[in-house]
Every structure is written in C-alpha cells, then in structure tokens.
Design a protein around this ligand. Structure first.
Ligand SMILES: [Zn+2]
Ligand SMILES: [Zn+2]
Length: 139
C-alpha cells in the first residue's frame, strides 16, 4: 500500500501531497545539508517525483555535491522553510524534508549517509545503517 504524505512550510504558502511507497528515508550529514538546514543533518524522504504534487511558489537553489551531481534544494521564499530536494543524477526522484510533514512521525530513517562529516554533537541511532558517503547501491 502506498503511503499518503502531505505537508508544507512554516507559513503555509507552500503545500504538497502525494501517495507513494518511499524509495528511501535517511539522514544526510553532509556539510551542504548542515549549512542548508542550519542543523546537524537533513532528514529526507525520497519519493517518485511523479507522485508529488506541489502548490504555491517554491524558490530553488542549486549547488554541486562533492560527487559532481547538481543538488537542487527547494524552499518557501516567504518563511524560508526547506521542503524539497532533487539530484541531477536521479531526475525521477523527489525528496521531501521529514520535518515539513503534517505527521512527521511517518518518518522512519533507514540510513545515515555522509557520516564522515557528522558532527560530534550529533548523536546518531546506532540501530540505523551508516554510510561514510553515499550508500553503495545508489545509482
Ligand atoms: Zn512558507
Ligand atoms: Zn546532504
């Protein structure tokens, strides 16, 4: 059964919804995610891009990941909340941030990635799989 997701930004100007089996759920501890979120990591859910319906104006910012892929992060231009992500390496994939869900308890991280740059004050769940960079099965 596909899971129903809905959520939005802090001010409510941007909303999204979708029904899909998540492709992955994971915490990214790379420096870019730390800077983009202002926190220890970015909690991301990967969904088929076709399943995600967005309403409201989203501003996107592109950066180049250390693997050379273009990473695009979407946020609300009004309140600045980080909502979406996509990678040039996986155009069919859309990422949403776990904290923006209407029900954030739907998030169940299956991996910690880029743990090589995780911060000493970032306490990770030892039961969750760890990858120093990208997981090896990543296309
Ligand atoms: Zn907003
Ligand atoms: Zn990252």
């Amino acid at each position: 059964m596909a899971t129903r997701f809905s959520g939005g930004c802090l001010c409510g100007a941007v909303r999204y919804e979708g029904s899909a089996d998540p492709i992955f759920m994971g915490n990214c501890h790379c420096r870019d995610c730390q800077q983009a979120t202002g926190s220890a990591y970015s909690a991301e859910i990967g969904l088929p891009a076709a399943a995600l319906k967005i309403t409201g104006a989203v501003k996107y910012y592109d950066s180049t990941a250390d693997c050379g892929n273009k990473l695009t992060r979407g946020f609300c231009p009004e309140c600045g909340a980080r909502l979406f992500g996509k990678s040039s390496a996986m155009p069919e994939l859309a990422m949403i941030t776990a904290g923006s869900l209407d029900d954030p308890s739907q998030y169940a991280p299956g991996m910690d990635i880029f743990t090589a740059s995780a911060q000493p004050w970032d306490h990770m769940d030892p039961a969750v799989a760890k990858f120093e960079k990208m997981p090896p099965n990543e296309q």
